[in-house]
Design a protein around this ligand. Structure first.
Ligand SMILES: Cc1cc2nc3c(=O)[nH]c(=O)nc-3n(C[C@H](O)[C@H](O)[C@H](O)COP(=O)(O)O)c2cc1C
Ligand code: SF4
Length: 379
């Protein structure tokens, strides 16, 4: 399989080389990163897909978000099916991000997305070792997210035994929003910059089938995109820029917090941090994070998305259920920042390192014109 990249202007509107994943041609090599809970839903994903990029909904807590939106009860399978279908309804390439950390709902989300004909399933926040074995993916591309060549090799070796190889990989560096695939003391190491990780991951991708490598984390401008493409990346995944669009489903307060954030306000939460056990980047003034530092919210588990199995095989274990010293209740914090239960729970705002550069909320079309270089060309 070839990465399908060439530095020719294949599309006069894009000014960037197109990307091919599993035989599908993507006019603009920009993937809008999945943003849970409830930030990247079908309005954002569909808008990006219609502009020639890849639109991605997040599977996190979709059952609740959709049930609230429609007034009907949807289970996890139905919610993934419905949201992917809506993301694809107006054309373009669209799929879903399913985090491994959401163990309880993982397989149902995958099945719903596959049955809906998702173009891509992108999966990280843990290693998606069993993803190809859940159900035959047919036309859907399976794309793991990794933060090192070692993680990619592990996945490729496991998937080889399952008779599958990644259709592409997202390499996410330490500047990204959401959960980070690095230990706290590895985040700032020079060896872990996206620039330094890319050649190793490119080599691993070459070794296991020459599939496209998509880079993510801290990429902000058209020039950044060109720089990474010149370094050998085949595509780019971006989160924070798409969070700050009119079509993202973050609440108005969340978007305002992004606009107001200064560089020093963006911190990596550790203790208290995410109960998923990975460093998690937040705006330090997020109400739930600020309260968690004072330990004012008593532990209470009523959503259960990040529960792990106990010895009897039941989903009962979450660090945030046990105490409020080490973790905050991420399910409720993130649901609140998507407007699900803002009167009952405080919001938690996750962003990438570059969120302090955002000074306005823009429509997806304007953002895509800026990122592809089209806006510059017509200026
Ligand atoms: C608000 C927000 C929520 C995110 N949620 C997820 C998620 O649910 N799953 C995931 O794999 N990545 C998640 N990410 C990471 C993005 O998909 C993307 O890879 C990353 O933000 C890229 O870095 P950037 O924000 O600097 O562009 C999230 C990022 C943000 C900003
Ligand atoms: S304690 Fe909170 S974060 Fe943990 S599973 Fe329950 S609702 Fe989710």
């Amino acid at each position: 399989m070839s990465a399908g990249k060439g530095f020719v202007l294949l599309d006069f509107e894009s000014f960037l080389p197109q990307l091919t994943i599993k035989g599908k041609k993507i006019t603009v090599p920009i993937i809008q990163g999945g943003m849970g809970v409830g930030v990247s839903l079908h309005p954002l994903a569909s808008a990006v897909a219609q502009e020639g990029g890849v639109g991605v909904v997040s599977s996190a807590a979709l059952d609740r978000l959709l049930s609230k939106r429609t007034g009907k009860k949807h289970n996890t399978y139905e919610a993934a099916y419905e949201e992917v279908s809506l993301a694809k309804a107006n054309g373009g390439i669209a799929g879903i991000n399913i985090m491994c950390a959401l163990v309880r709902d993982y397989e149902d989300s995958v099945r719903g997305a596959l049955d809906a004909g998702a173009d891509v399933i992108i999966s990280g926040a843990g290693l998606p070792l069993g993803l190809p074995s859940i159900q035959k993916p047919k036309e859907t591309a399976l794309i793991p997210i990794v933060s090192s060549a070692r993680a990619l090799e592990l996945i490729c070796k496991k998937w080889e035994r399952l008779g599958y190889r990644p259709d592409a990989v997202v390499l996410e560096g330490p500047l990204a929003g959401g959960h980070l695939g690095f230990k706290m003391d590895q985040i700032e190491l020079e060896s872990n910059t996206l620039e330094n990780l890319l050649p190793q991951v490119k080599d691993a991708a070459m070794k296991y089938g020459n599939f496209p490598v998509i880079v993510a984390g801290g990429i902000y401008t058209h020039e950044d995109i060109l720089r990474f493409l010149k370094m050998g990346a085949d595509g780019i995944q971006m989160g924070t820029r798409f969070l700050a669009t009119e079509e993202s489903s973050a609440t108005a307060q969340y978007k305002q917090a992004v606009i107001s954030a200064k560089k020093e306000d963006i911190v990596v939460a550790d203790k208290p941090g995410s109960p998923c056990g990975l460093p998690f980047r937040v705006i330090k003034q997020s109400p739930m994070y600020a309260s968690s530092l004072k330990r004012t919210r008593d532990p209470k588990c009523d959503k259960g998305y990040v529960l792990l199995k106990d010895q009897e095989g039941k989903f009962t274990r979450c660090p945030a259920k046990e105490d409020n010293e080490t973790s905050f209740c991420i399910c409720n914090g993130l649901l609140s920042s998507a407007g699900y239960n803002p009167d009952k729970e405080e919001a938690l705002y996750t962003v990438g390192t570059n969120a302090y550069r955002v000074d306005k909320i823009v429509p997806v079309k304007n953002l895509m014109d800026e990122l592809t270089g089209k806006a510059l060309a017509v200026a």
